[in-house]
Design a protein around this ligand. Sequence first.
Ligand code: AMP
Length: 273
Amino acid sequence: MEPIVAHDRADLDKARSSGRVALVPTMGALHEGHRSLMRLARTLADQVVVSIFVNPLQFGPGEDFSRYPRTFGADLGVCAQEGVDVVFAPSADDMYRPDRQVGVSAGQMGTIVEGAVRPGHFDGMLTVVLKLFNLVRPDVAVFGQKDAQQLALIRRMVADLDVPVEIVGAPTVREPDGLALSSRNRYLAPDDRRAALALSRALRAGAAESAPAAVRAAATAELAASGLAVDYLVLVDPATFAEVPDSFAGQAVLAVAARVGTTRLIDNVLVTF
Ligand code: AMP
């Protein structure tokens, strides 16, 4: 069955089921990682809504907003194959009033790690996610661990602002050679595609160690050997994104961001001490 395509709140209200609703927010250019979120959502609710919206607010000047892949026809086909009930595809004009003033602030946690490289990114991301929650009114929403700081900030927003939705995280889907699936992988030329493997290789090298200092050292050495332009490599608390001390016990996130040619990639793994 083809999904219902909704463009605004009125369409959504018409399409909404009286049962449990799960939302999977995306920016389109759908791949196997997005499909895994849709399948997980299916197990959590009676109705699955996928939003497809390239959110201008979360791209900085000089970032890839205008060249971000837009493949709506193919995306609808993916949603149909996965049994998605409703595709919410608003236009930027539908989403943002020209006189818009108020947005969500990600606070201090939005200014560290990924937020330090992309100022304002997490404010824009949280603003659109809160709007999507208010428009779709899901019981549960599914996000990928691939964007670990995003997931942590969405959990914080829901807690700090008492948003009535359950947040579920989903594991990262990878290519057989380790590269994390990303809509941005399609920018990679064959040489870049090979070079990009250094990210997952560094994370694996780090995760094979058993103490925080050794994890950082092993991952750093692997990245240094790759010659990629690294934005950061950090070992942080999954809830706060603060660096963990060498004495740390519990679960941490080893997260990396690097530029491969003109494409910026991020990846992470969970490590337990
Ligand atoms: P995006 O379309 O890139 O904004 O991503 C939409 C959702 O898919 C986010 O919750 C991402 O974390 C998630 N996602 C992206 N890549 C992957 C992946 N390789 N595996 C699992 N989830 C992913």
